[in-house]
Ligand binder design. Structure first.
Ligand SMILES: [Zn+2]
Length: 99
């Protein structure tokens, strides 16, 4: 899925918020409990298993489209279809900067 432009900055400025627990929405089983999630001031959310804010690879990730309804603070749980998880070894993805 594509990325929406940032209404505040043009490119989302993603700041790490907390840890995220990723669960399979079909089985309820935990896929990974050590992801991080990020938020831009415009409200856009992002979650991944890597550490792009440190210049490290993003690895497995979910864009804002799959994070509707999740909390905005503290540790969150995200229920996803595993096939919606994307992956990259780059340290960023288009339309986002990590800090
Ligand atoms: Zn933004």
């Amino acid at each position: 899925m594509g990325v929406d432009d940032c209404t505040l900055y043009g490119i989302h400025k993603m700041k790490i918020v907390s840890r995220a627990i990723i669960k399979n929405k079909n089985t309820g089983k935990t896929i990974n409990s050590h992801w991080s999630y990020y938020r831009c001031k415009c409200g856009n959310l992002f979650a991944c298993s890597g550490a792009p804010q440190l210049g490290e690879p993003v690895m497995d990730y979910l864009t804002n489209h799959y994070m509707d309804g999740v909390g905005m603070s503290g540790i969150i749980t995200i229920f996803v279809d595993p096939s919606d998880i994307e992956s990259t070894t780059d340290d960023t993805i288009p339309g986002h900067s990590f800090m």
